[in-house]
Write a protein that binds this ligand. Structure first.
Ligand SMILES: C[S@@+](CC[C@H](N)C(=O)[O-])C[C@H]1O[C@@H](n2cnc3c(N)ncnc32)[C@H](O)[C@@H]1O
Length: 171
């Protein structure tokens, strides 16, 4: 499994701990990689997890069964998000999986605190970065344009139900 934009490897540590036969790669920008490598080593995972640095808009390592993008695409507009997904499409095998974990933008409702939080976070992203959390339809379109099919969408318990998991496969 490759965690693109995997930061210090917190999620990868949890996944590798839960699945002792799995091997991982944390991929992130060059200034993040050394700290991620140190953290993974401290957790005894240096043998099972490589840290590779680069720009995911250009290229990501090939050959993994599963590519994970958690809370990364929401930070980017469609141009950069498309470049990242093209890079993954180029690297992934035809029977591989792409897992995107992000908030999904949905119409807000006054009586739904989770939806209101997601809307506030979307506004925050828009003001601070010019980006915006995507709706499920927007993800579908982005995936379709980059050679993937959305196979499944699940709501998770994370962030009080705000995070969704989208499972896509090469089309
Ligand atoms: C919001 S953080 C999410 C970190 C982690 N996936 C999580 O859920 O906690 C975004 C991560 O993407 C990384 N990142 C940003 N641009 C990137 C790029 N062009 N290529 C690779 N990683 C990138 C950042 O360094 C950061 O670690």
């Amino acid at each position: 499994m490759i965690d693109i934009g995997g930061n210090l490897g917190v999620l990868m540590t949890a996944i590798l701990t839960a699945h002792p036969r799995l091997r991982g790669v944390v991929f992130d920008l060059p200034h993040v990689a050394p700290q991620a490598a140190r953290r993974l080593a401290e957790h005894g995972l240096a043998e099972r997890c490589q840290v590779i640095s680069g720009d995911a808009r250009q290229q990501v390592p090939a050959g993994a069964d599963c590519y994970l993008l958690k809370m990364v695409l929401c930070d980017f507009g469609d141009l950069d998000a498309t470049a990242m997904l093209h890079a993954v499409r180029h690297a992934i095998t035809n029977d591989g999986s792409l897992v995107i974990i992000d908030k999904l933008r949905r119409p807000p409702r006054r009586d739904d605190a989770t939806l209101l939080r997601t809307t506030m976070s979307a506004l925050n992203l828009l003001v601070m970065t010019g980006s915006l959390e995507r709706s499920q339809t927007e993800y579908q379109q982005l995936l379709h344009a980059t050679g993937f099919t959305l196979a499944d969408t699940k709501r998770t318990d994370a962030l009080d139900g705000e995070l969704y998991l989208l499972h896509a496969r090469p089309a």
